[in-house]
Ligand binder design. Sequence first.
Ligand code: GUN
Length: 291
Amino acid sequence: MSNIIDGKALSLSLKEQMKERIVELEAQYGRKPCLAVIIVGDNPSSRSYVRGKIKAAEFVGMDSRLIELPEDISEQDLLAKIAEINAESAVDGLLVQLPLPGHINEDRVIDAIDIAKDVDGFHPQNVAKLWLGRPCILPCTPKGIVAMIDSTGVNISGKKAVVVGRSNIVGKPVAKLLLDRNATVTIAHSRTADLPAVCREADVLVAAVGRPEMITADMVKPGAIVIDVGINRIPCIKEDGSEGSRLVGDVQFPGVSEVAGWITPVPGGVGPMTITMLMQNTIECFLARMA
Ligand code: GUN
């Protein structure tokens, strides 16, 4: 059985530290960091993620604003809202929950966020800085993944890392952060030939594809660090015989946990760390704006 990387516990301890830090910041600067979150429409998953973000902000004692906008809002009105929040000096971080309704161009929305308040690290100027190795706001999920790998105490320098998935939010940026830790990084995806063989080479395997339980035990090198970014809801039959659903990752946990050296659970792994890194980024933006 592998060691479990407990994202929930790690998150909690980081948030406890932030709580104290925010008390100090308020005493020093006369106000707390403030995070604004925009959600458009009522996608249930997005609503649940956003609730988690606001709850975490409350937990660490920072200010937060939740801006709920209707599904049919025009792109122009959304951009106007972003401009309004960009201009508010008391707001340090702004994120727009993705995905957005089809009639809105996500690129234009991301481009509109003040780079100094871009707590997601999605703005092209932040992405460029990331790849150039300049100081920048790191995207939350990749930042949380690297923090979890660091928490194992395993030095991944010179090791092989395989990232399955090439999204702008996770796959591509986490590959860069692993490269910064001197791993030899492969980005695999749906067209990769013989994916199981590629995965079996990995000392660090990051699964970020959004396909329930696609990484099976035969795809994992014994002793590997396995990071499961997937959050998939699949149907199941509950104990009382009724139909329900349960959360699974992109990794088939029961089998893979017999082979891996370290593994993140779902839920309680990457998810809580992503939110905690968002809190950290908001504090970083606050400090940069106060400087
Ligand atoms: N949708 C899924 N993940 C994220 C994220 O990290 N940030 C935002 N803004 N939207 C998301």
